[in-house]
Design a protein around this ligand. Structure first.
Ligand code: AMP
Length: 332
């Protein structure tokens, strides 16, 4: 097997989830699992994480079948990380009911020399101390480093998280968390404040409203794919990140001004992966999607957002223009 082109760090979990569509207990989840499966449709991911001795062989086999290099998945004495959450009141916001760190409590990731040289790095949501430890082991520094986080770490680990944000190229964060981190009450102001940390690119995930991208030289937004039914939003953000970073890695793109077109496409690929993730519980849909379905949904996004610019700088129709009559404030 070839070396991975993207290294994905994060949690590997057994999740118990309640949504308006039903409940599941101990289903495979975790930020690194969703991200590595999503990026595995585009490139070769390597997963760095830890599981306990209770981790199921079939789950390792499934990751391998998706092209994920699991040589960085450590098995430690104890139980796999557990998370329980509910979307019963609001599909856009998980209420955490229980978190059991288990083997994550003593996890100290050590990268192999093959992994340390991976050109793309995605530091999925996990304790920022661990994200920093992995970043410091990379040599040479990867071409693109991206990270994600969550409200818990903004509450209890703001200092290492700020250090991390100062070092990465790309931050993927959801809208409420961007506002929580910056103390700003609007997305645009929180984006401006976050870009001051030296980020090259900021991706704000907005749940059912899609995603917005802020770069020093341009901004871009895509809606979420219109879904008749959302079954389980768990992992939507991680699947987005896997698709986004997986696409950049697959086409060898950076995140500079000249990479704007690749960044726009990556945002759509991320949105495609997120839309599959929410169609069923856990990774059930994401792991069964075909390349034809991915391409078809990408085209669906193109059609959803396509429109022509105004021709020849003429502007929109102006019904009062030839009467010499300007619209008064009252008519506006
Ligand atoms: P998302 O829905 O993309 O925000 O991420 C959901 C995943 O995050 C679930 O599969 C959980 O296992 C995982 N998760 C929840 N809390 C934590 C945490 N404190 N650290 C790491 N992963 C977590």
């Amino acid at each position: 097997m070839t070396d991975p082109s993207i290294l994905v760090v994060g949690s590997v979990a057994y999740d118990s989830v309640a949504s308006p569509e039903g409940e599941r207990t101990e289903q495979l989840g975790g930020t690194a699992v969703f991200s590595s499966i999503a990026s595995g449709y585009l490139t070769r991911p390597g997963l760095v994480g830890v599981v306990g001795t209770d981790f199921r062989d079939e789950d390792v086999a499934m990751l391998k079948n998706h092209g994920v290099d699991v040589s960085g998945l450590e098995v430690a004495d104890g139980n796999t990380f557990r998370w329980a959450g509910s979307y019963v009141d609001d599909l856009n916001m998980a209420v955490t009911l229980d978190t059991q760190l288990n083997v994550f409590e003593t996890f100290n990731p050590t990268l192999s020399s093959d992994h340390a040289g991976t050109p793309y790095l995605f530091l999925g949501n996990i304790n920022p101390d661990l994200q920093l430890s992995v970043l410091h082991q990379m040599s040479p520094r990867p071409r693109v480093v991206a990270c994600d986080t969550m409200n818990l770490w903004i509450d209890i680990k703001k200092e290492p998280l700020t250090q991390l944000i100062d070092l990465v190229d790309v931050l993927l964060i959801n809208e409420a968390e961007a506002e929580q981190f910056t103390g700003e009450a609007s997305m645009v102001n929180s984006a401006a404040s976050l870009l001051h940390h030296g980020l090259k690119l900021l991706v704000i995930k907005r749940g059912e409203y899609g995603a917005a991208v802020f770069h020093g030289s341009f901004s871009f937004a895509v809606p979420a794919y219109p879904m008749a039914r959302v079954v389980d939003p768990t992992g939507a953000g991680d699947s987005f990140a896997g698709g986004f970073m997986g696409y950049l890695a697959a086409v060898g793109s950076g995140v500079e001004d000249e990479d704007a077109e690749a960044i726009r496409r990556a945002t759509v690929v991320g949105s495609v992966m997120a839309s599959f993730a929410v169609e069923d519980f856990g990774v059930e849909r994401l792991r069964n999607v075909t390349h034809a379905e991915i391409n078809e949904r990408f085209t669906g996004f193109v059609n959803l957002t396509r429109f022509h610019p105004l021709d020849g700088g003429q502007g929109l129709p102006t019904p009062w223009a030839d009467t010499g009559h300007e619209m008064s404030d009252a008519k506006r």
